[in-house]
Design a protein around this ligand. Structure first.
Ligand code: SF4
Length: 201
């Protein structure tokens, strides 16, 4: 049986294990930064994530079911968070005209204000990335996109609105192409969260 990536001897002999541990460290940084942001508004981290998500995504994605898939949580957990946001008047319900039992959520003016500020919670992670060379950034982006795609395929993370999982994406001889935008995509243009994404499945 292979050793855990967290086993120090294994880790120091394997670049893959060191990458796994490095990603774990970075996920910890996200957790701490989000936690600090949520404390400022007396909200939970997931409530802050909902506000940020709603602020940047189209109305049809702002439903409890979609949010549950997005954040890999149960509908009941998201529903509880939405109830708190409603009670604090940070979001409001909009009835779906096609199905009146269903609703979208949108931000109130105060919710928008908080989302705008909180959406910068990861700035301390962006700053060191800005110091990398363009080549380093491209290698990093590429590796991360492939990792996310594989994690999505194996069912560990759910919704991904990225080019590799999109029906409009084509690749030939290392050239990336978007049929919807009708243009070649440079490596640096491959999207992680595309508003025009259409799932292959
Ligand atoms: S529609 Fe968006 S996600 Fe799909 S291939 Fe084009 S750019 Fe990528």
């Amino acid at each position: 049986m292979s050793k855990s990536s967290f086993h120090l001897t294994e880790q120091n002999q394997s670049i893959e294990s060191r990458i796994v541990v490095a990603l774990e460290r970075i996920s910890e940084a996200y957790r701490v930064l989000l936690w600090n942001e949520s404390k400022e508004y007396s909200l939970s981290p997931i409530q802050i994530q909902i506000l940020i998500f709603v602020s940047f995504h189209s109305r049809e994605k702002c439903r409890v079911g979609y949010l549950a898939n997005e954040f890999n949580m149960t509908k009941a957990t998201i529903s509880d968070s939405v109830k708190v946001l409603l009670s604090k008047e940070l979001v409001q319900k909009e009835t779906d005209p096609i199905d009146t039992r269903s609703y979208f959520i949108s931000l109130t003016a105060e919710g928008q204000q908080i989302a705008k500020k909180a959406s910068f919670f990861a700035s301390s992670i962006k700053q060191p990335i800005e110091k990398l060379s363009e080549e380093q950034k491209l290698i990093m982006l590429n590796g991360l996109l492939k990792l996310i795609y594989d994690l999505n395929k194996s069912g560990i993370i759910t919704i991904q609105r990225m080019c590799f999982a999109c029906t409009n994406y084509q690749a030939e001889n290392g050239i990336h192409y978007c049929a919807l935008l009708d243009k070649k995509l440079a490596e640096s243009e491959i999207r992680v969260d595309c508003p025009e994404f259409e799932s292959k499945s």
